[in-house]
Ligand binder design. Structure first.
Ligand SMILES: [Zn+2]
Length: 93
């Protein structure tokens, strides 16, 4: 992927995990576009996803805390993955 960060108004780099396999995921949106770009290799089937969609987030209760996740879906096998949406200023684990 080629982009200039100044042309983006949203970027999220994270990981998705499926049965112990970890893959990188990139979600970004360009200035002036309403859809988000999703790029990731599916850790389940290996398909290289590269698609446009809306950003969906969902609150899930985990260990007594409400965590918010983005939901992404492999376009080939249909598996849903969760990407943790971290609160600004909070550091990851
Ligand atoms: Zn898949």
């Amino acid at each position: 992927m080629i982009y200039d960060v100044h042309d983006l108004n949203f970027i999220k780099k994270s990981f998705i995990i499926y049965e112990g396999k970890t893959e990188r995921i990139l979600i970004y949106r360009k200035v002036g576009e309403s859809s988000f770009h999703y790029e990731f290799a599916c850790p389940k089937c290996g398909y290289k996803n590269d698609y446009l969609g809306m950003l969906e987030s969902k609150k899930i209760k985990e260990g007594g805390k409400n965590k918010e996740y983005y939901i992404v879906k492999c376009q080939k096998c249909g598996t849903d993955f969760r990407v943790e949406k971290l609160k600004p200023g909070k550091k990851h684990g």
